[in-house]
Ligand binder design. Sequence first.
Ligand code: PXP
Length: 255
Amino acid sequence: MLDAAPVVTAQKWGKIFDMTKLSVNINKIALLRNSRGGNFPNVCEMALLCEKYGADGITVHPRPDERHIRYRDVIDIKPLLSTEFNIEGYPSANFMDLVLKVNPHQVTLVPDAPDALTSNAGWDCIKHAAFLTEVLDAFRSKGIRTSLFIETDNKQIEQAAKLGTDRVELYTGPYAERYPKEPAAAIKPYIQAAETARKNGLSVNAGHDLNLHNLPLFYRSIPFTEEVSIGHALMVDALLMGLENSIKSYKNCLK
Ligand code: PXP
């Protein structure tokens, strides 16, 4: 019953795409560490293990209350990595200072309120145009690739391109929610949004609530997705099958 969606193949797009990168979000590892107050598990060591097991990048999302990844972790992890480092977060003054100091490969900006449980909406790029232009300029002038977390709204995507971001990260929460009952309808707005992004010169990332069930259809439908960042489900799967098998299973979905 699943996977009945119109699939856009690499051939239809007229080129062979580089593989979509898997950036592993390690926030849940920090949450486990913080629950006991010590340094076990060690997030730096775990980030290196994720790389060893096949992650193409590491994502962290330091929140203002530091309830999982702490600002100190972000500073400690960066020099150890041999893959891409992606820092997500709301661009508060503290967050911007941290990112500009650490100089990751990519910063993904989310519009979260400070007390948000998790990211649950994309930017309103029209309403926040002036703020985002300033913030994006600050990162881009330091050579940090920028990505804006966004929903599947053509107007927002066109505006994101005007603001000068390099990429958009499509918020896949609504896709994941709808997928079990109607996969074809769930993926449709994402195909259209990704096409709009591409036409406007933007590269496409995706993330939130992706898992081993819904990732294959997303990847096959939008094979030019540059990167998916996945944390929650990948770590739950790691409990069931081990971190190495979990990362390898997600990588297999991107072939
Ligand atoms: N992208 C963004 C912007 C996020 O905030 C998160 C969650 O931290 C993710 C992707 C990853 O979502 P999940 O943990 O559901 O895989």
